[in-house]
Ligand binder design. Structure first.
Ligand SMILES: Nc1ncnc2c1ncn2[C@@H]1O[C@H](COP(=O)(O)OP(=O)(O)OP(=O)(O)O)[C@@H](O)[C@H]1O
Length: 360
């Protein structure tokens, strides 16, 4: 496998952050499923992809270009490697931010072997000229390399061997339609169900040679935010705790105790998520409150609250973004074990699910 990615390794992140930190990158290779049968969940995507790949193999052809969209850590890189493995093809890995000039892309494309899989992560972040070069490469397996500058510049056509582009994006909506249309198969990856994450955790525990009880895996799965990468990361932290504080076996109690040390609660909220909810409930009676005011109250940047904490709180149904500001839902009061003050705009009558939240 070839790594062309020259972007910086991201700094270590929150324990429940979905992007890969350095430790993830070091261990993930060992935990990646190697073929479609080993890949857990995403049934529809697997079934459809299986058909696409089998048909291409039967024709002796290169597989169609594939676009994978979905949040970080759901298995896009893993699937691209599986596509290459299933096609018996080598894979080259790069990313949109690493391709700033059309020449960068031309260099990669012109060195591809026949049938090779080119994985382009964060394809929505590629520069415009590179993107335009990619259109022709995808469609005609040809690029025009521009030599020289100004009026004397000439385009030299360069034939490419047939290849399969696997593009990955967290933001499919940001892709220009001409690019989106050139993919023969598009798959959207969903967040995983807790039962699927339990299977991911059991599989990883087996590979890491860690003993884990079913209830221990369920405890970790429930806190993993629907994301295999987070499940694997939490498993490693729980393994440390089990090794230091117990006999190395992960039980439900050990998992819960370990994750409370790391301040990851029963729904996967961390310190920042809870600070935002607590401020919203305790200082602003559940809202509505403006984002900037909320950010000042928790001592964080506005962007941090908006981009780091809020998406998961919204997805979990704990916080709503309304035109009048941020509002806590009844589930938020219940989750923090608080009772809404009578008459609070974002108010509920407590943790019993009765509420008049949007009735005002
Ligand atoms: N379906 C799955 N079954 C088992 N393990 C999985 C699955 N999906 C992902 N994983 C594990 O989760 C980790 C992260 O997966 P991967 O790197 O493929 O995510 P990604 O979507 O490419 O993330 P990013 O968008 O940050 O590049 C890997 O270690 C992989 O082993």
């Amino acid at each position: 496998m070839n790594w062309d990615d020259t972007t910086d390794t991201p700094a270590p992140e929150r324990l429940v952050g979905a992007s890969a930190d350095r430790e993830d990158q070091a261990v993930e290779a060992a935990l990646r499923p190697k073929d479609l049968d080993e890949f857990i969940g995403q049934e529809k995507v697997r079934e459809q992809l299986d058909l696409v790949l089998r048909a291409a193999r039967a024709r002796g052809a290169t597989a169609d270009h594939v676009l994978l969209s979905g949040a970080p850590g759901l298995g896009k890189t893993t699937l691209s490697m599986i596509i290459a493995a299933e096609m018996g093809a080598p894979i080259r890995i790069t990313s949109g931010p690493a391709i700033q000039h059309a020449g960068d892309l031309a260099a990669i494309l012109s060195s591809l072997q026949e049938g090779e899989v080119l994985f382009l992560d964060e394809i929505h972040r590629m520069s415009r000229p590179a993107e335009e070069m990619l259109y022709m490469a995808m469609e005609d397996f040809r690029v025009d390399v521009i030599v020289g500058k100004g009026p004397g510049a000439t385009a030299i056509p360069l034939e490419l061997p047939p290849f399969t582009l696997v593009g990955a994006t967290t933001r499919a909506g940001l892709l220009p339609p001409p690019l989106r249309d050139r993919f023969g198969f598009t798959a959207h990856m969903e967040f995983y169900e807790p039962a699927e994450l339990e299977r991911v955790i059991h599989r990883s525990a087996h590979l890491l040679d860690v003993e884990i009880a079913a209830a221990g895996a369920a405890e970790i799965a429930g806190r993993s935010r629907g994301t295999p990468r987070i499940a694997n990361r939490l498993l490693r932290r729980v393994r440390d705790y089990a090794q230091v504080k117990a006999d190395g076996v992960i039980t439900k109690e050990i998992a819960a105790a370990a994750l409370s040390v790391y301040e990851v609660d029963s729904r996967g909220l961390d310190r920042l998520d809870r600070a935002v909810l607590q401020a919203l409930l305790k200082l602003f009676a559940g809202g509505p409150v403006g984002l900037s005011t909320l950010a000042v109250a928790v001592g964080e940047e506005r962007e941090t609250v908006e981009e780091v904490a809020e998406p998961f709180l919204v997805r979990e149904g704990l916080l709503a973004r309304t035109p009048r500001g941020r509002v806590a839902t009844p589930a938020a009061w219940a989750h923090l074990g608080l009772t809404a003050p009578h008459g609070a705009t974002g108010g509920a009558t407590g943790g019993n699910g009765q509420q008049d939240l949007f009735g005002t």
